[in-house]
Structures are given as C-alpha cells and as structure tokens.
Ligand binder design. Sequence first.
Ligand code: SME
Length: 149
Amino acid sequence: MFKSLYAKIDAIVTGTHDRDTKLKNICNLLEEKVPHYNWVGFYFKNGDREELKLGPYVGAPTDHTIIPFGKGICGQVALSNQNFVVPDVKAQDNYIACSISVKSEIVIPIFVKGENVGQIDIDSETINPFTKEDEDFLEYICDRVAHFL
Ligand code: SME
C-alpha cells in the first residue's frame, strides 16, 4: 500500500506550493489513501514555549490546538524524541482523547539539524493497525518535511 505513496510524497515536497499547503496536501494524501489513517495532522513547537501548536491537519476539528510538553502522546514525543506507537489508546494513562472513535495512534518526531521541532500525529479507528511499514513511511515523510520547514 505505501509503495506507491512515496513518489506522491516526493511530488508534494518538491512542488512549488508554500509550506502549509504542502503539509496540508500530505495530510490529505494520507487520510485519503491509507484506510487506517482517520485523522492526520502536524504539531510544531510553539516558538520558545514548552508546548506544541497544531498545524495543518485533516479530520475532525480538535480542541487540543496547544499541547504542553509531557502531556498526552504528542507531548511525550516532544520530550522523548522517539516514535510512539499506541496500539490501543485505552491502555495509556497519559493520553489526550480527541474523539471517542479513536482506537490507536502513532506519533513520529520531525528533526531539523538534530532538534525535535514537531511531529506528525495519526489517529486510527482501527485497533492495533500500525506496523514497521507505517513507521518507515512516516519517518520518510518527516525527513522530507524537515527540508522545507
Ligand atoms: N491524542 C493526542 C492528542 C492529539 S489528538 O490525537 C489530535 C495525544 O494524546 O497527545
């Protein structure tokens, strides 16, 4: 499934649109083409604050447009600098629910010159859907995105 999407990501990244349009187009592509991706968005460090701010996304609107570092899955990734794969959100204590239909989540950090500047966050309505292929694909996206931020 992901194989054909790498070239489509490249086309978005190397295109002439502005930063936020590229990010939004990536969200649209993922939400449309990957059946187990139901909410796709980017969070970025909010200036000098120890918090994340929601950037472009596709899916249901969320109240969580600002997330303090350490809070929820996203806030934990801001501190850990590690991928966070959550097969079942019910099993997480430090989790911020955006919608009751969400069953699982994956968050992959974005690094610019070694600094964790943000992340891609994906919610799924399927339980335990993520594999190493998801992580490889999303790491690729984060790496490409880092070059135009
Ligand atoms: N569930 C996330 C919050 C962001 S929403 O999924 C859009 C978390 O626990 O950090």
